[in-house]
Design a protein around this ligand. Structure first.
Ligand SMILES: [Zn+2]
Length: 276
């Protein structure tokens, strides 16, 4: 029993590390000193290692935070050519211009209330500037027997002339007439062109004859009859107007106006007809 008790005490001493002071021998004192010296030597060494590790980790984190900046910089540089490519191409349509073939590929879709390009009209065509617009200089009379003109069919009560449009409209308009003739069995209907006053907003390009509202109908002069016909054919008309070279095409489907295509141009386009 005594032996067992002594064993338990030794085990307890080893676990706790506690020993009575009086039990230390010279050997154990030198052991304590040796351990203290080792600790004194190790602690600065460990501190130096921790310091080095913290510097390395800090520099890695700095690199990580710099990476997104570099990526952003690279991205912005890489995007520059794309942004340039997105800008509207410069229009160089010389005299003897091709009025038959499309100038652009057809978009895959042209849904209601969508526009091409997908920007504000004024960004593409420029705003109306009354001081720079001259009706006598800028407006021309355009006609084509293949087209149905609303003002020719509205009787005497209508004093508008839908043949009147800005000279910058002529090239894409004549091309559109040819594209409609070539690609459909329908007739282009011009519902609205130049209107200096009245129904349009103050900034409407109709006030300079730089916008027109068009639809499609039957060649006998009748309107399309069903909503399905309109849906399919007005989308086609949007695509053809875009292919014809209008600068901005909008498939209008508001509640106030019937569905129609609004196509407009920038004033700084080549002209086919020049007023004297
Ligand atoms: Zn319009």
């Amino acid at each position: 029993m005594k032996k067992k008790s002594s064993y338990n005490y030794n085990v307890l001493s080893n676990v706790t590390g506690r020993k009575s002071f009086g039990s230390r021998t010279p050997d154990s004192l030198s052991e304590v000193k040796r351990r203290a010296l080792i600790k004194a030597a190790i602690i600065p060494f460990v501190l130096v290692i921790i310091f080095c590790i913290s510097i390395i980790v800090g520099s890695c984190q700095k690199e990580d935070t710099q990476k997104p900046q570099n990526v952003e910089k690279e991205t912005s540089v890489a995007q520059q050519p794309k942004e340039k490519a997105k800008q509207p191409e410069k229009k160089k349509e010389p005299q003897g211009v091709d009025l038959v073939n499309p100038v652009r590929p057809a978009p895959e879709k042209f849904t209601r209330n969508s526009k091409m390009p997908n920007k504000q009209e004024r960004e593409v065509c420029g705003e109306i500037i009354p001081s720079k617009f001259s009706a006598g200089r800028d407006l021309i009379y355009v006609t084509d027997s293949r087209v149905w003109w609303e003002s020719d069919n509205d009787g005497e009560n209508d004093d508008e002339c839908d043949h009147t449009m800005h000279r910058a409209m002529e090239i894409p308009f004549r091309r559109l007439v040819n594209l409609v003739q070539a690609q459909t069995d329908l007739q282009l209907r011009v519902q609205e062109t130049y209107r200096p006053e009245g129904v349009h907003s103050q900034k409407s390009l109709h006030k300079e004859g730089r916008a027109l509202d068009i639809t499609l109908g039957y060649k006998n002069g009748e309107k399309l009859k069903t909503a399905e016909e309109m849906r399919a054919n007005y989308e086609l008309l949007c695509k053809l107007a875009w292919q014809a070279g209008f600068d901005w095409v909008f498939y209008e489907y508001g509640s106030g106006t019937g569905p129609h295509v609004h196509a407009s141009v920038n004033a700084n386009r080549p002209y086919l007809t020049k007023n004297k």
